[in-house]
Design a protein around this ligand. Structure first.
Ligand SMILES: N[C@@H](CCC(=O)N[C@@H](CS)C(=O)NCC(=O)O)C(=O)O
Length: 241
């Protein structure tokens, strides 16, 4: 049985989980890797990030690669288009969700808990998020879906991206740009009601609450410091060999 290494609060993992739910795939076990955040995890997975699809011991990283692989393996119901041009449209909007919004939000998120915020980072990455939400407003479908009038891989990438913008950006002192982007705002309200989207949003909110509790109690800072120490020690040991 295939396994998806995933975490509730991981937006990239949520993207693949949404696809799995939308396609009704029941033969993929979804697990949090026990070694995540440790040198052991990096030993097993060089990029050191989730999601990873474990195909009987053959490890596949990168959410977009996994998503495309699952589409090839299980072409129906399709979350791609009906022809090459439609596929390109789906992929363009998915890239807006991934590279233009989610990646900037992910890199920005440590600033929400920094003792002293780095305003240069906030301005650079937050500025990109705001600019890209405006761009998305000119590209997004107006019938409740990102494109093609039905759920596609574009929605799977955009839902976790919108979740981050709505719930994390304000922690850096920036205003949520979604309400000012009328088409994106309408899309966001509509897509939330689709079952696979609603399901990952419950998981993402659960993960966010858990994370906030860890931050409030001081446990998260300790976990991060311990992980850094272990990584530094592992790198030092590697350098000595
Ligand atoms: N480009 C990767 C990004 C994956 C990613 O950044 N995952 C985060 C969680 S959402 C992670 O594992 N971070 C751990 C780290 O940065 O050490 C993908 O699309 O899968």
């Amino acid at each position: 049985m295939m396994k998806l290494y995933s975490g509730d609060l991981s937006p990239y993992s949520a993207r693949v989980r949404m696809q799995i739910y939308a396609k009704g795939l029941t033969d993929i076990a979804i697990e949090r890797p026990a070694t995540f955040g440790t040198p052991k995890f990096r030993e097993q997975f060089p990029i050191g990030r989730i999601p990873v699809l474990d195909i009987d011991g053959d490890m596949m990283p990168e959410s977009e690669v996994i998503a495309e692989y699952l589409e090839e393996l299980h072409p129906t119901p399709s979350l791609l288009g009906a022809n090459p041009r439609e596929n390109a449209q789906v992929r363009t909007l998915a890239r807006i969700g991934d590279i233009y919004v989610m990646n900037n939000m992910f890199m920005l998120s440590p600033q929400t808990r920094a003792a002293t915020r780095n305003e240069g980072i906030v301005e650079l990455l937050g500025g990109q998020v705001i600019r890209n939400i405006k761009a998305l407003d000119r590209m997004i479908g107006t019938d409740g879906f990102a494109c093609l009038g039905r759920l596609t891989l574009a929605d799977c990438a955009l839902v976790p991206a919108m979740f981050l913008v709505e719930n994390v950006l304000s922690g850096t002192g920036l205003e949520n740009p979604i309400p000012k982007a009328a088409k994106v705002a309408a899309y966001w309200e509509a897509i939330k009601t689709q079952e696979p989207a609603a399901k990952i949003l419950v998981e993402l909110h659960r993960g966010l609450e858990e994370r906030r509790e860890l931050i409030r109690s001081g446990a998260f800072e300790k976990m991060m410091a311990a992980a850094k120490q272990a990584m530094d020690a592992a790198e030092k040991a590697e350098g000595a060999t």
